[in-house]
Design a protein around this ligand. Structure first.
Ligand code: FEO
Length: 396
């Protein structure tokens, strides 16, 4: 495994092959916790790893430099997947000073007993010389925690970007040109949709700061290091953070006795127009992670459920709760679904869509018990309406 980024700058992180749940994110491909060692006149460890991997991290560091000779530990982000190992690391590195911003210091003190740690607090625009190389600090608040920070090495045009541009993807490869680009971009998209999407405005600000730096390599804290496709991932972040949709329609639904399923398929058929990508998603055959990823670049969405006890079905509620928190922007859509003797499912969905807030294209489309041929015709027309809206939104 090639772990060298630049001369005497190495990846010393850990691969978590078996993790499948990351605070409800389905990590189907595992993940990595990336940490890096810069050996110069001073030696700096950039970020650490999740607590159970602390010993592995220390072994990786010790293979390159005695632990007693590590001068600095930079903490770009206090979330425990990158800071959990810090108590063990700060004990094992007796000479080390922890470098972070003031918000990070406060957050770390709320997670750990930091009373014996030496701190050096840095802020936007500060830099530290390691000898031949410099660490320059760029604060990126709310991408995606308040204390989030980039560390930039100008002499190497190298950006340590913590979670930004990352992917939950375990692999023996470390660099973006060692795997198919489409695979890595798909994982980066899932990561953005499920972790970063609520902070699009802050990402725009962060990209503006990054544009002022010469960047040849982006060393993220999860997944592959960008060195051959920096422009691709930055362009993707521009699109995602701007909420720029594709001409893409989703029909997302849950069903009880297949009436809502029948309606969903008719809506999909209507939406399947030339130049429009249309996808059918049965909530109970997918995952929250996959649904959020599809929603990220969709323009128009029909959301449906059968009525159960005058409510939508419970997994439909889970999806809407998750999506509302992620705050996908600039979507249009409508609610649909079936009911029996009591109404409630599609009406409840419409309230959620209004609260997102999404543009509501039509009143809820409903069928009592079974969709009649007239209602199927209405579904086909509603699908065509979604397709028209998707084309309009994609054209900007
Ligand atoms: Fe990978 Fe926000 O921690």
């Amino acid at each position: 495994m090639n772990t060298t980024l630049r001369e005497r700058i190495d990846w010393v992180g850990c691969v978590d092959w078996t993790v499948r749940d990351f605070h409800s994110y389905d990590t189907e491909e595992g993940t990595t916790y990336n940490a890096y060692l810069i050996r110069d006149e001073k030696t700096a460890l950039i970020d650490t790893v999740k607590a159970p991997f602390a010993d592995e991290l220390l072994r990786n560091v010790a293979a390159l430099k005695p632990l007693s000779e590590i001068d600095l530990v930079v903490c770009n982000h206090a979330e425990p997947d990158h800071s959990g190992a810090l108590p063990r690391v700060m004990t094992a590195l007796p000479q080390a000073t922890l470098v972070c911003d003031k918000r990070c210091r406060a957050a770390l003190a709320q997670h750990f007993d930091t009373s014996s740690w030496r701190f050096q607090i840095v802020a936007e625009g500060d830099s530290l010389s390691l000898g031949r190389r410099t660490l320059a600090f760029v604060e990126t608040p709310m991408v995606h925690w308040p204390e989030s920070m980039f560390t930039y090495v100008p002499e190497e045009k190298l950006l340590f970007s913590m979670d930004a541009f990352g992917q939950h993807y375990a692999s023996s490869e470390r660099f973006d040109d060692e795997l198919p680009l489409g695979t890595i971009l798909d994982e980066a998209k899932a990561y953005y949709a499920n972790i970063v999407m609520p902070y699009g405005k802050q990402v725009v600000e962060c990209l503006a700061k990054a544009a002022e730096l010469e960047i040849e390599m982006i060393a993220t804290s999860h997944g592959l290091i960008w060195r051959s496709h920096v422009a691709d991932i930055v362009a993707a972040y521009r699109d995602w953070s701007a909420g720029r949709p594709k001409a893409k329609v989703l029909v997302i639904y849950d069903t009880m006795w297949q009436s809502t399923d029948e309606m969903a398929r008719a809506i999909l058929q209507g939406a399947s127009q030339p130049g429009v990508q249309a996808k059918l998603i049965n909530i109970r055959r997918s995952s929250l992670t996959r649904i959020a990823t599809e929603v990220l670049d969709a323009a128009a969405i029909a959301f449906g459920s059968a009525t159960l006890n005058r409510m939508m079905m419970p997994m439909a509620g889970a999806v809407l709760t998750y999506l509302k928190g992620l705050r996908p922007v600039d979507k249009a859509g409508f609610a649909f679904g079936s009911y029996g003797w009591g109404r409630g499912g599609p009406e409840a969905i419409e309230e959620w869509l209004q609260a997102m807030p999404w543009e509501i294209l039509r009143k809820p489309l409903k069928a009592q018990y079974r969709p009649t041929p007239e209602i199927i015709e209405e579904c086909l027309a509603a699908g065509r309406l979604l397709a028209d809206q998707a084309v309009r939104k994609a054209a900007g």
